[in-house]
Design a binder for this molecule. Structure first.
Ligand SMILES: NC(=O)c1ccc[n+]([C@@H]2O[C@H](COP(=O)([O-])OP(=O)(O)OC[C@H]3O[C@@H](n4cnc5c(N)ncnc54)[C@H](O)[C@@H]3O)[C@@H](O)[C@H]2O)c1
Length: 258
């Protein structure tokens, strides 16, 4: 049997209270990792409990707002005080903001940037000093960071996150720390539960696999990138989107010519 070799590794997941982050935390624990699951809530979110009975590793919950620099240094100090190192970081926490180009305010742009981009910068700054060679960072982008997309603040933030990921891969590579990005398409989570039906239908029409994705389908790719099985992969970007970003708009042409 092939193992992901995550046993005994310590991995921090942000925004782990629900959606993709919760699935990543659960799957990591089931793979034998020690998971430090973090989110805004002061108490452990209900979504994290499910599946924990099957855990081979351990899951601890810590409150963390990723845009709070002091919160990150507090987390790093706490990890040090436990005598642990950090082997993995998943910068998953993210928010969306659905203003269109001509309506978006600077405040909208700043709010999304603070979480989606600055939150990931702060995480890398706080935790990479606790990482040794062989550690892995996974940033969670979006198909909105691969193409044009309708919510301008969110789209700009995910393109910025790609830039951060490439700089981090370049600067941390010599220390043996890998940095990769996953780009989810339409995944069924609380974030997308509020999306307009038109958004869902149009996305499905653009998606070669013709369906939305599950949180476990993103988590599987994240775990692979955290695992030593991907030890020569850094600075890479992996869409997890049913092919949505792969065809450059040619799908409607292909469909029309059937
Ligand atoms: N669901 C999708 O279709 C989709 C598609 C592409 C990319 N993504 C990205 O995937 C990631 C996870 O999305 P999701 O769909 O699971 O979202 P979600 O809204 O269901 O969960 C996001 C979690 O992040 C937490 N969070 C928000 N702001 C935070 C902050 N400042 N500090 C700490 N935690 C914070 C929330 O409390 C929540 O638990 C995000 O980065 C999102 O942009 C999602």
């Amino acid at each position: 049997m092939v193992s992901l070799q995550l046993e005994g590794r310590t991995v921090v997941v942000t925004g782990a209270g629900q959606g993709q982050g919760a699935a990543e935390a659960r799957l990591l624990a089931e793979s034998g990792a020690r998971v430090i699951a973090t989110d805004l809530s002061a108490v452990i979110p209900a979504g994290l409990g499910a599946g924990s009975s099957a855990s081979a590793g351990a899951l601890v919950y810590r409150q963390l707002d990723v845009s709070d620099e002091a919160g990150w240094s507090g987390l790093a100090s706490w990890i040090r005080s436990q005598g642990w190192q950090v082997d993995g970081l998943v910068n998953n926490a993210g928010i969306t903001q659905r203003s269109r180009l001509l309506d978006a305010s600077v405040a909208d742009l700043k709010k999304v940037y603070e979480v989606n981009v600055a939150g990931s910068v702060l995480g890398i700054q706080a935790l990479s000093p606790l990482m040794r060679s062989g550690s892995s960072i996974v940033n969670v982008g979006s198909v909105a960071g691969l193409t044009a997309h309708y919510p301008v603040a969110y789209t700009a933030s995910k393109w910025a996150l790609r830039g951060l990921s490439q700089v981090a891969a370049m600067e941390l590579g010599p220390r043996g720390i890998r940095v990769n990005t996953v780009h989810p398409g339409f995944i069924e989570t609380p974030m997308t539960a509020g999306a307009k039906p038109e958004f869902r239908q149009s996305t499905l029409a653009e998606t070669p696999l013709g369906r939305t994705g599950s949180v476990e389908e993103v988590a599987g790719v994240v775990l692979f990138l955290l695992s030593p099985l991907s030890s020569f992969v850094t600075g890479a970007e992996m869409p997890v989107d049913g092919g949505q970003a792969s065809h450059g708009g040619a799908k409607s042409i292909s469909d029309a010519l059937h």
